[in-house]
Design a protein around this ligand. Structure first.
Ligand SMILES: [Ca+2]
Length: 109
């Protein structure tokens, strides 16, 4: 499963361009631009599985910082403030990581 099986290269390029500047990452705008907001729960789950690089069943903080690189390998890493804000938004049960249900809820938020 590749991310471009679900999202178009054109949307990915546009979404990444919109967050190229440091501190410009906003998850809601990014999910919309990249086309994820309109996908089914099953497709969102498939994207989650790509983001969960170590297949732990959760997106941990280190995986979250490399979030953009799952869309394109030369994308920048999120900085600490962006990563922490993203984690805080998604981690509704406060365990310090994002599960698939939390990710689906965040995409649809
Ligand atoms: Ca993980």
């Amino acid at each position: 499963m590749s991310i471009t099986d679900i999202l178009t290269a054109k949307d990915i390029d546009a979404a990444l361009a919109s967050v190229a500047a440091e501190n410009s990452f906003q998850y809601k705008a990014f999910f919309q631009k990249v086309g994820l907001s309109g996908k089914s729960a099953d497709q969102v789950k498939k994207v989650f599985e790509i983001l969960d690089r170590d297949c732990s069943g959760f997106i941990e903080e280190d995986e979250l910082s490399l979030f953009l690189q799952n869309f394109k390998s030369d994308a920048r890493a999120l900085n600490d403030a962006e990563t922490k804000a993203f984690l805080k938004a998604g981690d509704s049960d406060g365990d310090g990581k994002i599960g698939v249900d939390e990710f689906q809820a965040l995409v649809k938020a």
